[in-house]
Design a protein. Structure first.
Length: 112
């Protein structure tokens, strides 16, 4: 059901896991392939993971650098066969820079 949390063991390093199915349903319903999905509370990266697996770009921000690292670890474990296809339109260098993973320290917000 929709209430089940992430099946990914790495996600359980975060105390509040967002259900993958719920994230996926909203991403599919409210965006198109190649769109940018933003998650202002990245946490363990469930929204970014579901965006990637469903052909969307993603950007997330997280104040806790440890959670940003959990999200990065989850995204790096996507098998190449499951990664989404790049959008048909090419990205400008500025757009690509926006999508780069950046983790801060202390009270800085971390981006992925």
């Amino acid at each position: 059901g929709i209430g089940h949390s992430a099946s990914d063991v790495i996600a359980h390093k975060h105390p509040a896991i967002f259900p993958e199915k719920l994230a996926q349903d909203h991403i599919i319903s409210w965006s198109n392939g190649g769109d940018l999905v933003y998650d202002p509370f990245l946490g363990s990266g469930t929204v970014a993971l579901m965006a990637e697996l469903n052909g969307r770009n993603y950007l997330g921000s997280e104040i806790n650098e440890n959670y940003c690292e959990i999200a990065r670890e989850r995204l790096q474990r996507i098998p190449p066969s499951q990664e989404s296809q790049p959008p048909e339109k090419s990205k400008t260098p500025e757009q690509l820079k926006l999508l780069e993973a950046k983790c801060g320290s202390g009270s800085e917000t971390s981006y992925l």
